[in-house]
Each structure stands twice: as structure tokens, then as C-alpha cells.
Design a protein around this ligand. Structure first.
Ligand code: ADE
Length: 240
């Protein structure tokens, strides 16, 4: 998979050199390119923003550098082979299932906007060259798309085969099963008067699996009841 990022803060993405993604990059499993949007400006001040039509506070990112950046990165690529992601609080929610879909793509370009966003014609133009998704990390406002892109790249990247050493560890995590993950323990057996639950030391795999499932359900009910299917009605509705 190849991921390109366009941003006015390329230095944000230095962390992509560390940990699992850094290793995947060095091993050639993930190709990552970070590009400075200002490289596609032509004025002395390398201007990327301007005042909004219609008035209002803040600045809007100009379309011209974005158009040139997309043209340069998409090059000859067949439009169906690339997805351009615009991180935006106005986008569709980023979920584990969207991460899984994106992990199967050969090419993703993250277009990180700042200020009051990018001139709306840019996404419109991008849609003539590639598939376009506006994606939100959550219902809060960040200063720009960089942190959101970083989170998405980590969630997507770790699902690309070869990035996480033991693929089984991916299956047991929160959100993969639709439930939150059960609690985990390691040695020592007793720590600060707290003992590891006995069932986990029993060696009985079926009991351990049942306990973990119950813990997952309980945690999900308590913390994220919205993830569970709606409760069946207490009494079946009468048909006559
Ligand atoms: N840019 C600013 N806020 C954002 C959010 N919540 N998600 C994605 N991109 C953003």
C-alpha cells in the first residue's frame, strides 16, 4: 500500500518513522510520502489561504496549490485505483470497519486542511480523478487534519498484512468483534493486593473464553451501550 500526505506541516508526520509503522516503512510493507503543500505555490510568500467568499471569520485554503498537488500525486494513476481522504469534522465517522476497507486499497492520499477548511471545489475536482471521502475522527474540532490523518493512518496501517507481527492479536481487539475488549493481565499474580482473576489461571480454555466474552459484554453495556443491538422488546407485539 502507498499512502501520501499533503500538509503545510510535514514535520507533524515525523512520528511515522517510529514503532510498528516505522518498521513497516523500512521493510517496504508500507510506502509513505509526506508532501509540503507550499511546494505547489508560486508566489514569494508561498500563500495557501485567502479570505472566505461571503464573509465570516477565518481563512480558507486556496484551490490552486491543492489542484496542482493532486495532479502531481495522481499522475497517470487510474482514478479507480486511488482514494483521496479529506479529514474534516464534517465528514463521515471514522470506524474500525472503514479502517478495514481502506486497508485493502492500494493507494490513499490524505489531504490535510487547516484554517476554515479547503475551498469546496477541490473535493469536487478530486472526485473526477479518484474516489473521495471526507472523514471525521469524532465530534470535536481539531486545528487541522494532521492529527486526524495520523490516527487514521495508524488504524489503517496496522491492518495491512505484514505490519503487525501476529495477525491474531488484531482479531481480539476492541471494535473488531463489535464489542469492547475484555481486561488483560500479566505477571505477577498478585500486585499491590490485587489478584489476577482465578479463571485466567485455571488453564480451562472454554472457561477463559466464556469469562472474557462476559467481561466484554459487561464493559460494552456499561461504557458503550450504543454499540449493542437494540434490546428485544420485553413482550412480543400482538399480531391480532
Ligand atoms: N479537522 C478538524 N477537526 C477534525 C475532526 N474532528 N476530524 C477530522 N478532521 C478534522
Amino acid at each position: 500500500m502507498r499512502i501520501d500526505i499533503v500538509t503545510i506541516f510535514p514535520e507533524f508526520f515525523g512520528v511515522l518513522d517510529v514503532s510498528l509503522l516505522g518498521k513497516a516503512r523500512r521493510d517496504g510493507v508500507l510506502e509513505l510520502g509526506v508532501h509540503d503543500l507550499r511546494d505547489w505555490t508560486h508566489d514569494r510568500h508561498r500563500t495557501v489561504d485567502d479570505t472566505p467568499y461571503g464573509g465570516g471569520a477565518g481563512m480558507v485554503m486556496k484551490p490552486e496549490p491543492w489542484g496542482e498537488a493532486l495532479d502531481a500525486l495522481l499522475g497517470e494513476t487510474d482514478a479507480t485505483d486511488a482514494v483521496v481522504v479529506f479529514p474534516s469534522p464534517a465528514g463521515v465517522p471514522f470506524t474500525q470497519s472503514l479502517a478495514r476497507e481502506l486497508a485493502a486499497e492500494p493507494r490513499i492520499i490524505f489531504a490535510c486542511g487547516r484554517y476554515e477548511g479547503i475551498d469546496a471545489r477541490v473535493a469536487d475536482y478530486a472526485a473526477t480523478r479518484a474516489r473521495v471521502l471526507e472523514v471525521s475522527l469524532g465530534d470535536y474540532v481539531l486545528n487541522g487534519g494532521e492529527v486526524a490523518a495520523m490516527a487514521m493512518i495508524e488504524a489503517i496501517g496496522r491492518l495491512v498484512p505484514g505490519v503487525v507481527g501476529n495477525p491474531e492479536s488484531l482479531v481480539e481487539e476492541s471494535h473488531e468483534s463489535g464489542l469492547l475488549e475484555h481486561p488483560s493481565y500479566t505477571k505477577p499474580q498478585v500486585w499491590r493486593d490485587r489478584e489476577v482473576p482465578e479463571v485466567l489461571r485455571s488453564g480451562n480454555h472454554a472457561l477463559v473464553a466464556a469469562w472474557r466474552h462476559e467481561q466484554s459484554l459487561e464493559r460494552t453495556r456499561r461504557v458503550r451501550p450504543d454499540l449493542l443491538p437494540p434490546e428485544a422488546p420485553a413482550e412480543a407485539p400482538r399480531t391480532r
